[in-house]
Design a protein around this ligand. Structure first.
Ligand code: HGY
Ligand code: MN
Ligand code: MN
Length: 417
């Protein structure tokens, strides 16, 4: 099978894992809003995807290593010191797409196969990594595996984090048989993440490749709003402490503050409340309790600080019997990519003759923590209509192949260093 066929077949195969209807979809026109992929960390679909990946590795002569965070590593040993790591994640959001994360992991393995099959003699050791729980769709915070790998979160702390079903990380990963007993030996000198853009810019600007300059800063707050549950028919309006009405005021403020920050700082600042639960959640009961998550992001620290300040001052405003508690569950400043790695990507793009542009990433990635311990960079390819974290997420296979060839060239450029 021709190489570009191989990666296409693999992505189609893995894309059916975690799809409720199990459909294998090979063309964008066949994709519907019912074809979402759901593969939260530690679930059976996560296990199935991991099994598919590790079987592929073994079939091609590699021996996958699983560390104490459930991260999977595949190594092509070099002769000289230094590690070049290519990584991303296999988990997905709920009803997400089949390219986010997985395209990078399987394409990185494909690069290793192509280098091996071409007889390329790598000097530095080349490693492919699949990091656990990048999405935070099972556990309450994102980038668990990569934060464990970089030492940002200790093994003990990470193992104790509970998922939405109240199961701790260690038990969840043991259940799917992806919890190793040691850490991966070595840290990367260079790190590359190949990923879909997940936004509309490359398509709008008609560019084939994005060279990422920085990755958004982020502040995720978990909020508990306590009001007074009551009868929706008998309780007069002036006597209510309705937790959901208070939540609605906060949601409107988050949206307004992000728009203000974007205008004030002339940049891409965003604020979202995508997760909310109402208790008891029945039409004839005044909501007594609301839990929700607020996701604030900006490419610039000052606008992130502006949004965080406004949102927290709103959360600390108590009124008519409502009590609000909040915690910051994830917070990171914008991450700047290595110019050395960006140059290696750029010279690969130029030698392949693809069109490209430098651009920031509005999405978070495992590259965030890893850029703090190594020289890191990211390669983007276009997302159709900029859609992602949605069933209709799609990237043409010609674009997948282009990005993969850029990745291979960038690895070779860094291997010469
Ligand atoms: O949320 C993000 O930006 C990433 O896809 N986890
Ligand atoms: Mn991703
Ligand atoms: Mn994602």
């Amino acid at each position: 099978m021709e190489n570009r066929e191989r990666i296409r077949e693999i992505l189609i195969e893995q894309g059916s894992i975690g799809r409720e209807n199990g459909k294998k979809i090979s063309r964008y026109i066949d994709l519907t809003a019912d074809d979402g992929v759901t593969r939260p960390a530690g679930t059976d679909p996560d296990k199935k995807t991991r099994d598919y990946f590790t079987e592929l590795c073994r079939k091609n002569g590699f021996d996958p290593f699983v560390d104490v965070f459930g991260n999977i590593f595949v190594t092509l040993q070099g002769t000289d010191p230094g590690i070049i790591m290519m990584g991303s994640h296999l988990d997905s959001v709920v009803h997400g797409g089949m390219f986010d994360g997985a395209m990078g992991v399987f394409s990185s393995l494909e690069v290793l196969l192509r280098l091996k099959e071409s007889g390329y003699k790598n000097k530095k050791t080349l490693v492919v990594a699949a990091f656990t729980g990048e999405e935070g769709s099972a556990f309450h915070q994102p980038m668990l595996g990569s934060n464990g790998f970089t030492g940002n979160i200790s093994r003990e702390k990470l193992w104790a984090i509970k998922n939405r079903d109240g199961v701790d990380f260690k038990s969840a990963m043991q259940r799917i048989e992806y919890l190793g007993d040691s850490e991966f030996p070595g840290k990367p000198e260079y790190y590359l993440e190949y990923h879909i853009e997940q936004g509309p810019v490359l398509e709008e600007k008609k560019k084939q490749i994005g060279i990422v300059t920085s990755i958004t800063g982020q502040c995720v707050l978990s909020v508990e709003i306590n009001g007074i549950q009551g009868h929706s028919g008998t309780t007069p309006m002036e006597m209510r402490s309705d937790a959901l009405v208070r939540a609605a005021e906060i949601i409107e403020l988050v949206d307004r503050t992000a728009r203000e920050a974007s205008a004030k700082y002339k940049n891409h600042s965003v604020g979202t409340v995508g997760e909310l639960s109402v208790d008891p959640g029945r039409f004839n009961v005044i909501p007594g309790h609301v839990s929700m998550k607020i996701d604030l992001r900006s490419e610039h620290s000052n606008s992130l600080a502006y949004m965080k300040k406004n949102v927290i001052s709103e959360l600390e405003t108590t009124n008519n019997g409502i009590n609000i508690k909040y915690t910051i569950v994830a917070e990171v400043e914008p991450s700047i990519m290595s110019t050395e790695v960006m140059d290696a990507i750029r010279s690969s793009v130029k030698s392949l003759g693809f069109s490209y542009m430098d651009m920031p990433s509005g999405a978070g990635h495992d590259t965030i923590p890893i850029s703090k311990i190594s020289k890191a960079g990211m390669i983007f390819v276009p997302s159709i209509k900029g859609l992602s974290h949605a069933p209709l997420e799609w990237t043409d296979f010609e674009d997948v192949e282009r990005g993969l060839e850029v990745l291979e060239g960038a690895v070779k450029n860094l291997d010469k260093k």
